[in-house]
Design a protein around this ligand. Structure first.
Ligand SMILES: Nc1ncnc2c1ncn2[C@@H]1O[C@H](COP(=O)(O)OP(=O)(O)OP(=O)(O)O)[C@@H](O)[C@H]1O
Ligand SMILES: [Mg+2]
Length: 255
């Protein structure tokens, strides 16, 4: 049985795609059969890891236009990593979520059950917001991990998310776990970053992780590369980034 983890905060641009993509790679690099489900109509993870246009997308599976295993593709640059893609351009996930999804909120949970014996780890990347699609993804997951940037507005966003998630869990009878946050693009030298980290830790509600600012992420995304294997002029990810990804990998998949 696979463990399914969604990376989510309703706020945009906090690193959901970067972190979910990098941690899916970390899991595959450790030899675990890993599936990315691109649940964001922007299709950012799909354009990061796929170089050829896919035939089918997640929305085709959800609408019964193809079998789930026909839509899952191996990521060529990394063994043990597969992706169920979403087309950023010309895709139908957004329209599906706005029209039909209301009648079938458990459709993602059912899809995940269908592939659960073929993968060990399943990673969901969501779009910002907390609409029907994101809610369906959250209740289909075993765990939600929240990335945030070290800004006051992110702390406000976290409070809103905690509140909305509590309502969702109650209404949908979900037991999804939410006890880890990741402060992304963290810079130890900046006092505000340290203050936000300390505030998150002292709330006592979460295990708090940090990922440093690392320009290699954007470069890897622009060139369809696995960040852990990519080097620019002989330099790869910062040591601090590698350590953070290793620690997160251990904590997220261990139980
Ligand atoms: N640790 C980091 N260091 C440097 N750049 C980063 C880091 N994390 C993310 N970025 C960059 O920040 C931008 C936004 O990140 P990303 O797309 O992962 O956010 P997101 O939360 O998925 O956004 P959206 O809400 O639009 O889906 C990207 O250009 C990405 O390369
Ligand atoms: Mg994203």
């Amino acid at each position: 049985m696979a463990k399914t983890v969604a990376f989510h905060l309703q706020k945009g641009g906090v690193g959901k795609t970067t972190i979910s993509g990098a941690l899916a790679c970390q899991s595959a690099l450790n030899g675990h059969e890993t599936l990315i489900i691109d649940c964001d109509p922007q299709g950012n993870l799909s354009s990061w890891f796929l170089t050829d246009p896919p035939k089918y997308e997640l929305a085709d599976v959800l609408q019964g236009r193809c079998f789930v295993l026909d839509a899952i593709l191996p990521v060529r640059s990394l063994e043990h990593l597969s992706i169920l893609p979403t087309f950023g351009i010309g895709g139908t996930l957004k329209i599906y979520s706005e029209t039909k999804l209301a009648d079938e909120p458990y459709v993602l949970e059912d899809l995940i059950k269908e592939v659960s014996d073929k993968f060990e780890h399943i990673v969901l990347d969501l779009s910002p917001g907390l609409g029907r699609l994101e809610r369906s993804c959250l209740i289909a997951s075993d765990e939600i991990v929240t990335p945030m940037t070290p800004e006051v507005f992110s702390l406000d966003g976290l409070e809103i998310f905690i509140d909305e998630l509590a309502k969702l869990k109650k209404n949908m009878r979900s037991n999804v776990k939410h006890n880890k946050i990741i402060i992304n693009s963290f810079d130890e030298r900046i006092r505000q970053h340290r203050d936000i980290y300390n505030a998150a830790v002292s709330s006592g509600r979460f295990k708090v992780f940090k990922i440093p600012v690392d320009p290699l992420f954007r470069k890897a995304q622009e060139t369809n590369k696995v960040p852990q294997l990519y080097k620019v002029r002989g330099r790869g990810l910062k040591n601090g980034t590698v350590q953070a990804l290793t620690e997160l990998d251990l904590n997220i998949w261990r139980n």
